[in-house]
Write a new protein. Structure first.
Length: 561
């Protein structure tokens, strides 16, 4: 690959690599994730620098990964010996291609997709962009194989211009960003090893995950100085099952689930209010009852969970908010159900019955305490459930645990049990009162001003990348006390799922997102804008890298003086 790249300009190098990487099927959860990392390793192996320094390029096996994923690391040592290091990172997995429909076989062919959209008069905007030749189409074109290509090209550049670096650059390409983030979580141990065994000091990480217009006609190129976190509040709802001939006497868990979804899903009042940031509300990702076959009995229980972005909130605050929402829903449901039954009795002239529609709301942590107090062998129930169900989807494993515990509940009362399930992503952002973070902000503003004047691009700095990103795992702001509500309410934390919080705290790497620009990530119309992504962005990242390392070098010299 190097023989092709060495005679090309930066723009051409990024385009060639992007086209090549897009052509490789690396859908999340498939062996393609393994193959594309090996291909990137082979590409980097062709660079003269890594032929001279083979120990600076290597693969890291991700322990316990179900498909044998690996991470690739490539280290370029600067001309001036220093431990100051900028981390480049990008994910190389993609979502699936079912959305392409009959074009699925062409999903990894930028040329075929461009040819299709050139004749696509159903969307004049996309057709115009295809005809311009300035956009590249295909799965992964914008999310985010072009981002990986940018980093690879800059690694090549700095390997041939080491004198420009007052420190070092480390590239990490990893998979599984679109699912459980096993790639980045697995990389933490290696980053920690490099920090302690080789004395590297990671001053900043730069991610190239895609950016996109935030509104029609948006002219800005957004640079994000942090990443939002994510938590997954889950509700196990146990009702009071009845025959449909007596439905007014029961408590249908599907009704409670529907009311919870109505109250929480996309309700913007529940979103954090951070000025000038794109802040999103909670979204329902899953809702279904536990009936497996048709019967005329109402459902016994129902399950649902929500994607909940966390920007500055803590898990404890989310837990308290969701408990309150559930209590409000159950109080309203009790009033509603009682009223319907009373109207039924009044109309039919049947005798009154002493019934209750009371629904208790509790957290998983409190429910465990309650069960232990009532002599339930909680641990044995959990271990038996894990032996039977522990190899499935992690969310379903958590529901299975809660369901098994509820079945052992001696009271069998209607109840909503709130817990958390994987994945959890910490939030990672620059703080206004942190001297290091202020210096990063200052350096970034300086570079963007310079690049804006040179290119005419309108840059704007924002605090939170509006989508999920691997940079979340490079730093953590919560204390142990603030994390306790998460750990205590996620069934079998450290057993079915864990995050090495201590390692993250030791690394404490701020992550900036300087992304490729495009549209429709995760859609079949996905496309990347080549003039900015292939032409301007690589230089922008180079300038930022150089400036950050120079700033740290000057700081070290002043401290020594």
């Amino acid at each position: 690959m190097y023989n092709q790249l060495k005679t090309m300009k930066t723009y051409e190098q990024v385009e060639l690599l992007t086209r090549h990487l897009v052509s490789m099927n690396s859908i999340n959860g498939t062996i393609g994730e393994v193959r594309i990392v090996q291909e990137i390793y082979q590409i980097l192996s062709s660079f003269p620098y890594f032929k001279q320094h083979p120990d600076h390029l290597y693969l890291q096996k991700i322990e316990g990964d179900p498909i044998g994923r690996q991470n690739v690391f490539a280290f370029v040592e600067g001309g001036r010996q220093s431990n100051q290091t900028v981390l480049y990172h990008s994910h190389i997995d993609t979502v699936a291609v079912e959305d392409f429909g009959p074009l699925k076989e062409h999903a990894f062919s930028p040329d075929a997709m461009e040819a299709f959209f050139c004749d696509y008069d159903s969307d004049p905007e996309i057709q115009k962009e295809a005809l311009s030749g300035e956009w590249m189409f295909g799965r992964g074109s914008v999310d985010m194989k072009s981002g990986a290509a940018v980093h690879i090209v800059n690694i090549l550049y700095f390997s041939e211009h080491r004198e420009q670096l007052e420190g070092n650059v480390l590239l990490l390409c990893n998979g599984d960003e679109e699912s459980e983030h096993r790639g980045m979580i697995g990389a933490l141990s290696e980053l920690n090893r490099l920090q302690f065994e080789h004395g590297l000091k990671f001053i900043t990480a730069i991610n190239t995950d895609f950016i996109t217009p935030l509104y029609d006609g948006d002219p800005h190129r957004y640079i994000y100085t942090g990443a939002a976190g994510k938590i997954l509040p889950c509700f196990h709802i146990y009702g009071k099952e009845v025959h449909v001939g007596d439905t007014l006497a029961g408590i249908d868990p599907n009704f409670i689930a529907a009311k919870l979804t109505e109250r929480i899903h996309n309700r913007y009042a529940l979103a954090e209010k951070i000025p000038n940031e794109l802040v999103l509300p909670p979204t329902c990702l899953y809702q279904r009852d536990t009936k497996e076959l048709y019967t005329v009995q109402t459902a016994i229980s129902s399950h649902l969970y929500f994607n909940f972005f966390i920007y500055e909130k803590t898990p404890e605050q989310v837990l308290e908010m969701m408990l309150q929402e559930a209590k409000t829903v159950c109080e309203e449901a009790e009033i509603y159900l009682q009223k319907q039954f009373e109207e039924y009795i009044e109309f039919t002239n049947l005798p009154k019955r002493k019934l209750s529609w009371d629904i208790e709301v509790t957290s998983y942590e409190d429910y465990i305490l309650y069960l232990n107090k009532h002599g339930v062998h909680v641990e044995s129930i959990i271990q038996k459930t894990l032996a039977e169900k522990g190899s499935g989807d992690l969310r379903e494993v958590c529901f299975s645990i809660v369901n098994a515990l509820q079945e052992a509940d001696p009271e069998k009362k209607a109840r909503v049990i709130l817990f958390f399930a994987p994945p959890f992503l910490p939030h990672n952002y620059l703080k206004a009162d942190d001297a290091r973070d202020v210096k990063i902000q200052s350096a970034l503003a300086k570079v963007l001003k310079k690049m804006g004047e040179a290119t005419g691009e309108q840059f704007e700095i924002k605090k939170f990348f509006p989508y999920l990103a691997d940079g979340s795992f490079l730093s953590i702001h919560e204390t142990d006390e603030q994390l306790a509500p998460l750990l205590n309410n996620l069934p079998e934390w450290d057993n079915i799922y864990t995050i090495p919080f201590n390692t993250i705290k030791n690394l404490n790497i701020p992550s900036i997102n300087m992304g490729v620009y495009g549209k429709d990530g995760h859609k079949w119309t996905e496309r990347v804008y080549k003039p900015y992504s292939f032409g301007i962005l690589p230089e922008l990242i180079r300038e930022t890298t150089i400036d950050l390392l120079e700033q740290e070098s000057e700081k070290q010299m002043l401290e020594m003086a």
